[in-house]
Design a protein around this ligand. Sequence first.
Ligand SMILES: [Mn+2]
Length: 312
Amino acid sequence: MNEILSKIDSAKHIVVISHVNPDADSIGSASAMYTYLLQKHKKVSWYCKTKNIDTKLSFMPWFEKIRNSFPSSADLAISLDCGDIKRVGVELECDLINIDHHESNNNFAALNLVDKSAISTSMVLYDFFKQNNIKINKKMATAIYSGILDDSNAFMDEQVDGTTFAVVRELIECGAEFKTCNKNIVKSMSLAALRLKGVMFTNMTLVGDARVAIFCISDEDMKSTGALGTDCESALEESLYLPHVETAMLVRQNSDFSIKGSIRSNGDVDASKIASVFGGGGHASRAGFNISSDVTLEDAKTEVLNLINKEM
Ligand SMILES: [Mn+2]
C-alpha cells in the first residue's frame, strides 16, 4: 500500500488511465484518483484511448479533462479498472500502478493493487483511501459511488451485501451526489441506444432450450443507429431478464471489421472461461474478447456458440 503512496509522492507528472470503451467504474475510479492527486497538488492528466465516451458519464467530476493523447512528460501512470494490459490502450514508457478488480488481471504493472473479490475498482480505491486515512471528499464520493452502482448492476448483483450498502451510506455522508448518479447511469438512454436495442432484440436468436441468447451486430447496425459499443452491452445484459436465459452472447463488428465479443452469464457458464479461449477475460458473470483476424461475423458467432454448448 505505502509503496503506492511513496511512488505517487515522488512522481512529477501522473496520468490516470481509464480503459478503452470506458464504463462508469473505469471513469469513476479514475475521477476519484484524479481528484485525490489534485488535492495533493500533483500535476495530473487523464488519458483514455476512446474518443467518443458515453456522454451520460459527463457528470463525473473532471470528465472534461479526459484526453486521448498520452502526455510525453508523464513519469507515472495509474491504470484503473484495466483487467488486462491491452485495456490500457497505450504503450507505456513510464512506471505503472495497476488498480483493478478483474479475475483475469495478471498483475501486469510494477505495482499492483488488485482485489478480485471487490465489486468494483472504485471499491478497491475506497478501501485504499480508508486504509491510508485519506479523506474522501464530495467529488471522490460521487465518483466511487458511480463505479459501485454500475458494476453492481444497480445493486442487483449476486455479490451485493450489507457491506456494499454500508459503504454507500458512508459515501452519501461524504456528500456523494447519488441521485444524479442514479439518474445518469441507470435511468438515462440515448435515442441511438434505444434504436440499437430495437435492432438487437428483433434479431436475437435463442438456442439451447432458450437458455442462450445470441446477438450479432454488424458495423452497418452500429452506423444506422449511431449507437456506441457500450450501448450493446446494456441491451445484452437485459436479455438475462428473459425467463430461461442464463447466458447471453454478443458478437459485434467494429468499423475496421475486427470483431468484439461479449458474454454475460447468470448461471453455471463461466463467461471469463469462454472469453479466455479467444484471448480475452473478465469475470464469471461478464467477460469480453476481441478477434482481430479475418473471421466473418457468422463464423465468430458459430465458434462462440460451440464453446458455450461444450460448457453447458
Ligand atoms: Mn469494473
